[in-house]
Write a new protein. Structure first.
Length: 364
């Protein structure tokens, strides 16, 4: 068994990520080693490259992934060698105030952790791993609470998408906003998360699901996800949404971009008394401005959805069942299948707003 593996490493904020050989540590008590089979290129990875999130360097990127357990340490009860698992980039500690009060997605131990050291080295120097995982790699070593078993029939490609994008989007609909049958929904931003919101809204029985993006090339993806309407974003977006929702605005608006301008657009597209759910993660210096009178008179609710307000240990297996039963389709989400070395180009496409999810396949 080799002590080396390959990973996509970002050496500084000014560098371009590149594949490098890494030395892995031994598997310790309570840890598992997972051979990564598939990994999605998520916007959070791009945020670490473009400086929206400021991790420590050098950094192994990647966090949305699935693979096969190939080694377990002492005192591991959650997984066995050969298990197919989804990686959880924000595993709950189950002991902090948030975890014991039913909000494990806000776990004070794992929430907000951009990068961690875990014994991996590059040229003899310590390397950090993105969101505690560093899943753009042949393998990862992670604590056992960061792996969730799924049926082998699910397949690694679809399992990887559940790890972040699908759980985030579906959870925003099911848990945070709690969309009800017959309600109207507008979704702004049609990357992997936004398209997952569209699919989940339709599955929840929304009567109108209006998909919005700056690129008209996203129309076919929106339709495949289940959107009833498609609108190219413009300064007249709120008027367009009201035209399609009996003059009131949508019952729900989901902002899946993470920018102040699109959060305000979601606010204006929502009816009085409606709900605005911010799913996209923005930068610290991008300020959202709303007037005090508008907040009062509109009676809208504005909140964020962190990791779909979900307990991944419970909801990822449920989503896997939905996929296997045909209640939830993920095929439209994968627009590019790439290798580890192709990920920087996938970041470029993501920056231009192209496609939905690029999927890295490893070890086939």
């Amino acid at each position: 068994m080799s002590a080396y593996f390959n990973g996509l490493v970002l050496r500084s904020s000014a560098a371009r990520p590149a594949v490098a050989e890494l030395r892995r540590p031994e598997v310790g008590p309570g840890q598992v080693r997972v051979r990564v089979r598939a990994a999605g290129v998520c916007h959070s990875d791009l945020s670490m490259v473009n400086g929206t999130i400021r991790p420590s360097y050098p950094l192994v990127l990647g966090h949305e992934a699935a693979g096969e357990v190939v080694e377990v340490g002492d005192h591991v009860a959650r997984a066995s060698v050969g298990d197919h698992v989804v990686l959880n980039w924000q595993p709950a500690c189950r002991n902090c105030w948030f975890c014991t009060h039913g909000e494990p997605w806000l776990c004070s131990t794992s929430s907000g952790v951009a990068s961690l050291e875990n014994g991996v080295t590059l040229d003899g120097a310590p390397v950090h791993v993105a969101l505690g995982l560093g899943a753009f790699a042949d393998e990862v070593i992670a604590p056992q609470n960061a792996v969730i078993r799924v049926p082998s029939t699910l397949g690694f490609d679809r399992a990887a998408l559940l790890s972040c994008g699908v759980l985030t989007g579906a959870g925003a609909v099911r848990n945070t906003a709690q969309v009800q049958p017959g309600e109207s929904v507008v979704v702004i931003g049609l990357g992997g998360v936004g398209l997952s919101v569209v699919a989940a809204a339709r599955a929840a029985g929304a009567s109108d699901v209006i998909a919005v993006d700056v690129s008209d090339a996203k129309q076919s993806l929106a339709a495949a996800a289940g959107a009833t309407d498609f609108v190219v974003s413009s300064d007249a977006l709120s008027k367009e949404i009201r035209t399609r929702t009996s003059g009131r605005g949508a019952d729900h608006a989901f902002e899946c971009v993470g920018r102040a301008t699109t959060i305000r657009a979601a606010w204006r597209a929502t009816r009085r008394g409606g709900k605005v759910t911010v799913v996209g993660m923005g930068s610290n210096d991008d300020q959202v401005q709303l007037s005090a009178l508008d907040i009062f008179s509109s009676a809208r609710t504005l909140r964020s959805s962190v990791y779909g307000s979900a307990d991944p240990d419970i909801e990822i297996p449920l989503l896997a069942d939905d996929v296997l039963s045909g209640r939830l389709s993920l095929d439209h989400l994968i627009t590019d299948r790439i290798t580890l070395a192709d990920v920087p180009d996938a970041f470029d496409r993501m920056s231009r707003g192209e496609g939905a999810r690029s999927l890295v396949t490893l070890g086939r």
